[in-house]
Every structure is written in C-alpha cells, then in structure tokens.
Design a protein around this ligand. Structure first.
Ligand code: TPP
Ligand code: DXP
Ligand code: MG
Length: 644
C-alpha cells in the first residue's frame, strides 16, 4: 500500500457521498478501497482509534453503499467501530482528521452527525433489534425501504443478538443481516457459535459432500420411482448437515454465503440478489481483521483499538512506553495473579475484554480458572453467581459502561443472594476519546442502591491493591471502580493492607471547608487544598474510600467542625457519592451545612481527553479550587464583614 497517499487520496477527494460511487466500476471501486485504507491508516495513526475492524470492512462498506440506496435504505452498524470507511464516503471526509477528538467526529455512527448514521452505537449487539424496530416502523408507516444490519461474529455472541435473531426470524419480514465474520472479537472469538461459523466458513467439506451426492445420484441409471424417492429423501436429510448456515435457515433466515468479503465483484453481485429477496436473509461474509495493513493483519488485537502510531513501522508514537507508570488495569491484573496463587478459590471472568481488563497474565497462569464468556456481560455475572454458590470467589472484570447491561443480574442473581462476587469495574469515570457510549459515569449511582453491595474506589494504585485484597475477605458482593489509565504513579506496597469496611481517611486537616473526595478525585483535592492554603483558606481533605457503606462517624465528626462541605466525584452527581453524603446528613438530622457537589451534571459527557473532561466538569485541581472559592465568596456575602 502506498502510504504516501494517507492524508487524502486523489480518488477519495472526488467522493463525497455514496451516489458518487454508484456508477463506478469494480476497478475504480478497488482503487477507492485502497485510498480509503490509506486515509484511515493515516488519520488513525495520529488520532488513535479502531483500526483493524475498519480496515477489514472497507470492501463491505463500498458494496453496501453501492447496492443499497442509502440513506433511504437504512444501514445499521453494530458497535460501529468498523465504520470509518462509511464515514469517509458519507460526507465526512473533510472532517475525518478530527476523529475522536473534542468537538470532532465520533469514532462511532451518530445520528446527530449524518443522516447516513441510522442508529447510535458503541456497545455491541444492538443492530438486529434496532433494525427490527425500524422495519416494523417502516411497515406501520407504509413506507418502502430496505433495512440492513451489519454485525460482527464477536457481537453475534451476545444474548441481545440472539434475541434479535429469535424475533426477526419469526416475524419473517425482509430484514437483511450481514454477518461480518473475521473469527475475531477483540481477542480470538469464543463460544459454540464461533466454532459453528468456523466450520461453515471453511466449507470445503460441505462443497465436497454436495458434489459427491450429485455425482452419486447421476450415476444411478434409469431411476425407478423408489430410488428417486430415496435419493430425494437422502439429499433432504443430508441437507441439514451440509447446507452452510443451516442453523440460520432453521431460525427462519435464508442463508447466503460464505462470501469473500474482500472481493467487491462477489459482494456486489450477491448483495444485488439479496436486495430483491423476500423474508429474513443472513449474508455471511468472511473478512480479515486489519486487511491491507500488514502490521494490523499480523497483530489484529493490538490494532483493534490503538493509540497514535508510526504508520511505517506500526510502533507506538505517543508516550506510554516502558517508562509509563503502570495503569490501574495492570495493577489489578498483577494483584489478582498474586492473590490467586495463594487462594485456589479465586476465579476470573471477562466478557470478551481479557486484555482490556488486564486478565491476560491470569489467563496464562491459571487457564482453568479463567473464563472468557464472549460479549455476554449478563451471562458472565450470573455465571459468577453460580460459581460463588459453590464456594468460589469470582472476580468479574468488566468495564463500567458495559456492566450497565447486566444490572438485573447484579441485583437479582448476586446481591439478592448476598453472594461474594467481586466486580472489578475498569474504565470508571471518563474514558476519553470513545465518548458518551463508553464513559463509566453511572456506576456509583446504579450500584449504591442495591442492598448488600459494597462500593469502593481507590485513590491510587496502591489502594487498588488493598481493595482487591480486602474485597476477597468481605464475603459479600463488592464493586471496586477505577479509572482508565494510570493514577499518580504510586508503586503498590509489598503487602496489601486489609481495609476495614466503610472506613475513610482524613488526609489533610483544615478549618474552613472539608473536601470529601472519592477515587480519582482524591489527589486533585489534595493539590487543591495546598493551593487554597496559599489563598488563606484551610481545606481539610477526606478520602472516602467507600461510597457504600459511607464512613458515617467521620461524616458526623466533620459536620460538627465544618459548615462548608464540598464533595467531588468522577461520576454523575445524581445518585452518586455526593448524594450519599447528603442522604447521610439528612438521615442524621444535620441541616445547617452548606454543601456543594461536584461531578457530572445531568447530561452525557462527550468525547475529549480525560484531562479535558475533568477540566470541563470542574473535578480537577483548578475546578475544586474554583468551587471552594465560590463557596467562600458566598459565605462572605451571607456573613457581613465584622465592623472595622
Ligand atoms: C456490550 C459491549 N461489550 C463489550 C464491548 C467491547 N467490544 C467492542 S468491539 C468488540 C469485539 C467485537 O467483535 P466483532 O463484532 O466480531 O467485530 P470485529 O472487532 O471483529 O470487527 C468488543 C468486545 C462493547 N463494545 N460492547
Ligand atoms: C469499541 C469498543 O467498545 C472497545 O474497543 C473499546 O473502545 C475499548 O476501549 P479501551 O481502549 O479503553 O480498551
Ligand atoms: Mg469479528
């Protein structure tokens, strides 16, 4: 590939919208595919992003937009991390350089961005259900357009995808599902469906058996009625075994494929046929993750979601090499391995995020105690509950925003039975460039009301180690939430400390205001306190550690010493840590305090770097200083200065 074209290829410059490609022949489309790849590689090398999946879907994107009359026909992408080519040919090429940046275009399809983006995505396995809804609306409105869901093999492993299949196979409407099968989730795909797809994909056996049957039938001379009947039945009964995709056929879909997802002529010809078919159709397309960029093809996992890199070598171009402090994810992974060495009852569960949650070392050392359930958060949580009933100590490592999908499983299957499942919630708080679909800003609010649940957040890497160690001994459901990336770079102690349930710590004493912080906001609060001291304001700082149970005694003591209290959290203010503090004061009849809560207002935080977002929502050092100063100013207004 000619990487010199990577900023803006000549061909691509002429392509603004899908109508521009509809008259192009296959050679021109193939050249455009190369150009799109070069542009995607060039941009992602600077912005970071989901490279391998988008590279693998370039031809599929072109074929779909050529054959279907978009945006009239509706294309619904699943997850949406493979839609960069789609963005480039739907009017966004000129803004593509802003990908995933503050104010720039999103890394996922977004209705606010383009009429070609039909359904907002980021979390997986929604496409079939969303497409089914769109199809029903179309018919109710008596309109006529085609509806196409494009879903990857990894995303197909989720319960939600099966619910959609179950529904749409039965409704018998003309839903088209394109299964983009590259045998990969983020890591290699798992599960029985994945094995099944693999056997369909390598359909050599199927082809051979079919040919053998035909040849065999042809060899039977002057077929009598009986033999004919027998041969028909024989083919019929064998069909179930040898029709590729028989599983989907049995669910009510016409199966088309497997198709080579990088051969534009095949794709276009088959999709043109499919466009006119009636009833639900499943088109099985085989693609290669990272296609066309040797480094991504060789390491699809690393190039799934990647930071800035040098396109010529594939190596990282931003900070984050060997000298970077260990991330919370790494500290979690290492601590778990240490604890698991001494305790054979510890098991670990991931929902298709082994590397992202830092479980790879655990998986390597304790393969029999490691479970990747696929993109199946709900199954993963209930599966953990089952393990716990038999005396295991399951640690469920899931990103905060993905755990939202398993709410009832946490409540009904874990907490109602008070089972000792440990939830390790990575990516809590702002995740940065992935944006609103991925920020983990609600976990404190949604976990706190569930009886039996203990909720905590470490101020630094060392405290994460102690929290994980302590959680194993609490014998109850525990959630530990921690942010994406590194903390302040604290090295964990040689031995973890056992933390008493519900005990916070006073980190700095003061007289004017008490800043109550949790998790990632503790160190900024300490820094703010130092800055405030220079302004003549004495601010105490508390590391709450526990959002549930709260350190009531500490709070009551503070209420006697301070009239001004500021709570700070990297979470929605509604129902979060600050709300818990307010509730505690209310329950104890304390009403004469002036309390302000810092956190995320009632809105979805957008994409930007973590630092930009912390600044925007005022939960960094400057924001805390400003909030305290504002409180103190108001205090002055209410309390007139003493007479001179
Ligand atoms: C509910 C949910 N869980 C986990 C993820 C994280 N995730 C994003 S893409 C992906 C793999 C998807 O695999 P597939 O659909 O096959 O697409 P591919 O990356 O292979 O193109 C995962 C696990 C997510 N986006 N949503
Ligand atoms: C698309 C998706 O859901 C994941 O690939 C996610 O973007 C991973 O996030 P991290 O980069 O924080 O692991
Ligand atoms: Mg895949």
């Amino acid at each position: 590939m000619d990487l010199s074209k990577r900023s803006s290829g000549r061909l691509l410059n002429g392509i603004l919208y899908p109508r521009d490609i509809r008259n192009m022949n296959n050679d021109a489309l193939a050249a455009l595919a190369e150009d799109l790849r070069a542009t995607i590689i060039g941009t992602v090398s600077r912005t970071g992003g989901h490279l391998a999946s988008s590279l693998g879907a370039v031809e599929l994107t072109l074929a779909v937009h050529k054959v279907f009359d978009t945006p009239r026909d509706k294309i619904i992408w699943d997850v949406g991390h493979q839609a960069y080519a789609h963005k480039l040919i739907t009017g966004r090429a000129d803004r593509f350089f802003t990908l995933r940046q503050k104010g720039g275009i999103s890394g996922f399809p977004k209705r606010e961005e383009s009429p070609y983006d039909v359904f907002n995505v980021g979390h997986s396995s929604t496409s079939i259900s969303a497409a089914s809804g769109i199809l029903e609306a179309r018919d109710l409105k008596k309109e006529a357009f085609k509806v196409v869901a494009i879903i990857g093999d990894g995303s197909m492993t989720a319960g939600l995808a099966f619910e959609g299949l179950n529904w749409s196979g039965d409704r018998k409407k003309d839903l088209i599902i394109i299964l983009n099968d590259n045998e990969m989730s983020i890591s290699p795909n798992v599960g029985a469906l994945s094995c099944y797809l693999n056997s369909v994909m390598t359909g050599q056996t199927v082809k051979r058996i079919r040919k053998d049957i035909k040849n065999f039938l042809k060899t039977i001379p002057s077929i009598g009625e009986q033999v004919l009947e027998f041969s028909k039945r024989a083919e019929e009964s064998l069909k179930a075994l040898i029709v590729p995709g028989a599983l989907f056929e049995d669910l009510g879909f016409t199966y088309v494929g497997p198709l080579d997802g990088h051969r534009l002529d095949h794709l276009i010809r088959n999709l043109e046929n499919v466009r006119h078919m009636e009833g639900p159709v499943l088109v099985h397309v085989i693609t290669r993750k990272g296609k066309g960029y040797e480094f991504a093809e060789a390491e699809p996992l690393r190039f799934h979601g990647i930071g800035p890199f040098y396109p010529e070598t594939g190596g990282p171009s931003s900070a984050g090499g060997a000298q970077a402090p260990a991330s919370y994810t790494q500290v979690f992974g290492r601590t778990l391995v240490r604890l698991a060495r001494d305790n054979p009852r510890i098991v670990a569960i991931t929902a298709a995020m082994c590397e992202g949650t830092g479980l790879n070392e655990f998986a390597g050392q304790f393969p029999e105690r490691f479970f990747d359930v696929g993109i199946a958060e709900q199954h993963g949580v209930t599966f953990a509950a089952g393990l716990a009933t038999e005396g295991m100590i399951p640690v469920v490592a899931i990103y905060s925003s993905f755990l939202q999908r398993a709410y009832d499983q946490i409540l009904h299957d874990v907490c109602l039975q008070n089972l000792p499942v440990v939830f390790a919630l990575d990516r809590s708080g702002f995740v940065g460039e992935d944006g609103p679909t991925h920020h983990g800003l609600f976990d404190l609010s949604f976990l706190r009301p569930i009886p039996n649940m203990i909720v905590m957040a470490p101020k630094d890497e060392n405290e994460l180690q102690s929290m994980l160690f302590s959680a194993m001994g609490y014998g109850r459901p525990v959630a530990i939430r921690y942010p994406r990336g590194s903390g302040i770079g604290v090295s964990p102690d040689a031995e973890p400390t056992l933390l008493e349930i519900g005990k916070g710590e006073l980190l700095a004493d003061g007289t004017d205001v008490a800043i109550l912080a949790i998790g990632s906001t503790v160190y900024p609060a300490l820094a703010a306190s130092e800055k405030l001291a220079k302004e003549g304001i004495s601010a105490a700082v508390v590391n709450a550690r526990f959002v549930k149970p709260l350190d009531r005694q500490l709070l009551l003591d503070l209420s006697r010493s301070f009239k001004h209290i500021l709570t700070v959290e990297e979470n929605a203010v509604m129902g979060g840590f600050g709300s818990a503090v307010l509730e505690c004061f209310e329950e104890n009849g304390i009403r004469d305090l002036r309390i302000k809560r810092l956190g995320v207002r009632d809105e979805f935080a957008q994409q930007a770097t973590q630092a930009e977002l912390r600044d925007l929502y005022g939960i960094d050092e400057q924001g805390i200083v400003a909030a305290v100063l504002a409180m103190m100013d108001q205090k002055k207004e209410r309390e007139p200065d003493p007479p001179a």
